[in-house]
Design a protein around this ligand. Structure first.
Ligand SMILES: [Zn+2]
Length: 110
């Protein structure tokens, strides 16, 4: 079996995931939740296949239970509590908690 260029494959995989999540956001904004979820699914599949983790900004945009694309306030409810963000998926009701540190740092920089 020929040696595959793993590094290059993973870079391409990341670019594809990036493009798919941009498409997902676009469709979600237009109200096409089903199409947005399909793009998310494709992105996740690419990530799994090439062993590429979803960047954290994308991870918090996908429901951990039903993998729906989360677009507040349309498909998710977001509450900020103390040092974390609490996101509720409106499709299945799953509650996800994300640390709030990065956003605070970004705000300080502005
Ligand atoms: Zn869900």
């Amino acid at each position: 079996m020929p040696r595959r260029k793993k590094g290059q494959e993973r870079r391409i995989a990341r670019e594809r995931i990036d493009a798919l999540f941009r498409l997902a956001e676009k469709e979600a904004l237009k109200g096409n939740a089903a199409r947005a979820n399909r793009y998310v699914e494709l992105g996740r599949k690419i990530g799994m296949r090439y062993n590429v983790r979803l960047p954290s900004e994308y991870k918090r945009r996908v429901c951990k239970a039903c993998h729906a694309y989360l677009l507040p306030p349309k498909t998710a409810r977001v509450r900020v509590g103390g040092s974390r963000i609490v996101t509720t998926c409106l499709a299945c009701g799953t509650v996800m908690r994300f640390p709030y540190v990065r956003e605070q740092k970004e705000r300080r920089r502005q």
